[in-house]
Design a protein around this ligand. Structure first.
Ligand code: BG6
Length: 497
């Protein structure tokens, strides 16, 4: 598996995502031998950089954030010769500005004596997506549909209407199979493993339905606050930032029907079917099934932290939620009556992303009452981070002369099982985009239906005067109302694997 001769242009080349994720991902792909010798990456931005200064800046990112470090004398030295910087004002959007890129492509193709694949990566604010997309469409060398791809970072739209507008604009400029809408959760190893676990084993699928599963939980908890992203976050919130995209995508992997092939559209059709089946809530049902929270001031790991409303870039009266919990219902044959409880928040007690499948109680009537003291239903836990593992909780007989049952766990840990480093999500996704595989990217309809799922919640919140925020303390597991949301169904959140 190796890329074709490829040129990557990164809009937002001097930005944070490139520094932390994109360049480290390309560097690791290079070290792992996935990049063609004919490979070039151009960072694009308004900052003044020489190639040398730009490379030094990126090397710092490798040292801080890459899974492989490099002191500048290792493989980085060779790789960095493939890295260039072009100063341009992409937001100006003039054909003249974009002709710099045309020139770079032509010169490179002349040097390589082949037609190059070209990947444009939009690692910029969403207000620039339309301008840059139009700019790219003016580049003559990029009129080869099978050689040109465009990767769009999140957020894809602010709501259904803006997502539809953006889809429409892109559809006027490119073919759908040239457009790669990124959701980095889909590149995570353990998220990809959901498909293997479910569909490469006989064991799980027969019981993966409402006959045997009581409910499902998906938690994406973070121990960071909004950091220096207050300005963006205050226009977004937990529902838009995490649930509309990452969590719904993970939910689709858990709930989808078996695909008949690994064709990109086949997998995405099956996921889209799940989104279509999620019940759209009325205003009244939003109150019953959704909880939002905002953190106040407090302490995280011994340090004092600001309330959300005191964060830089945040409105002091902000109604934006930094926590959201939703009970979703999937109205199809398989999942009728099985709630999917999902939640995500900033400044929570632990950094963890986990999926728990809670099975129904076994008909364990034969056991004497005293045997089942510590009885717990079977549970399958998929931990996505920080550890990557799969755990199965079941009952065993405690050693001794009496029949006494005890919950025990069978654990499969990625790091222990495979003595191989795991690629980062951005490595997997960048390689897929360069290879033209869009399976793990969002299709136009997928992104719109995901918006349709959350719009009733956003609309219902909008029509209300802000609730009594802040309502949870940093370092907690979120607002009490979220515990009540699940407790009223006689269940409780699983916080740790
Ligand atoms: C991003 C969100 O998409 O995902 C951030 O914008 C969030 O707010 C991040 O912190 C979480 O990603 P991960 O991979 O650290 O779980």
């Amino acid at each position: 598996k190796k890329t074709n001769p490829t040129i990557v242009f990164i809009f937002g080349g001097s930005g944070d995502l490139n520094h932390r994720k994109l360049t480290p991902a390309l560097y690791n792909l290079y070290v792992d031998g996935f990049l063609n010798d004919q490979f070039k990456v151009y960072g694009l931005g308004r900052t003044d950089y020489t190639d040398k200064k730009y490379r030094d800046h990126l090397l710092e990112g490798i040292q801080l954030f890459s899974r492989r470090k490099d002191d500048g004398k290792g493989p980085w030295k060779e790789f960095s010769e493939k890295v260039h910087y072009l100063k341009m004002d992409a937001g100006a959007g003039t054909a003249e500005e974009y002709s710099i890129l045309d020139k770079a492509i032509q010169e490179t193709e002349k040097e390589w004596k082949v037609e190059a694949d070209v990947l444009y990566y939009l690692s910029v604010g969403p207000n620039l997506f339309p301008i840059i997309a139009k700019g790219i469409s003016t580049i003559k060398s990029s009129h080869k549909e099978d050689k040109t791809r465009i990767v769009i970072e999140k957020p894809f739209g602010h709501d259904l209407q803006t997502a539809m507008d953006l889809n429409k604009l892109l559809a006027g400029l490119f073919q759908e199979d040239q457009i790669y809408r990124i959701d980095h959760y889909l590149g995570k190893e353990t998220v990809q493993n959901i498909l293997a676990l479910r569909f490469a084993n006989t064991l799980f699928e027969p019981i993966w339905n409402n006959k045997y599963i009581d409910h499902v939980q998906i938690t994406a908890a973070e121990t960071v606050g909004v950091e220096d992203r207050g300005g963006y976050y205050d226009t977004s919130g937990a529902l838009r930032d995490m649930i509309q995209n990452h969590i719904l995508q993970v939910l689709c992997m858990v709930a989808m029907e078996a695909p008949v092939s690994f064709d990109a559209n086949e997998i995405r059709n099956k996921k889209t079917d799940v989104l279509k089946a999620i019940k759209r809530y009325t205003n009244e049902e939003v109150k019953e099934n959704v909880v939002r929270g905002q953190y106040g001031a407090g302490w995280m790991k011994g340090s004092k932290v600001n309330a959300y409303r005191e964060e830089k870039g945040v409105d002091p009266n902000s109604a934006t939620e930094t926590y959201a919990a939703v009970k979703f219902q999937i109205d199809n044959w398989r999942w009728q009556g099985v709630p999917f409880y999902v939640r995500s928040g900033k400044y929570l007690a632990e950094k963890t992303t986990l999926i728990t499948i809670h099975f129904k109680q076994a008909p364990n009537y034969a056991f004497p009452a005293e045997a089942v003291d510590a009885w717990r239903p079977n549970r399958l836990t998929l931990t996505i981070q920080p550890e990557n593992d799969v755990r199965l909780l079941f009952q065993a007989k405690r050693p001794g002369q009496t029949m006494s049952l005890n919950p025990v766990e069978m654990v499969f840990n990625y790091a222990d099982a495979y003595n191989e480093p795991q690629p980062e999500a951005y490595e997997t996704l960048l390689l897929d985009a360069m290879m033209g595989n869009s399976t793990q990217f969002m299709r136009n309809d997928q992104v719109e239906i995901a918006w349709k799922v959350v719009m009733p919640i956003l609309d219902s919140w909008n029509s209300k005067v802000p609730v009594s925020f802040p309502n949870y303390s940093p370092g907690s597991w979120g607002p009490e109302e979220a515990d009540a949301l699940i407790a009223k169904d006689g269940r409780s959140w699983t916080n740790s694997p």
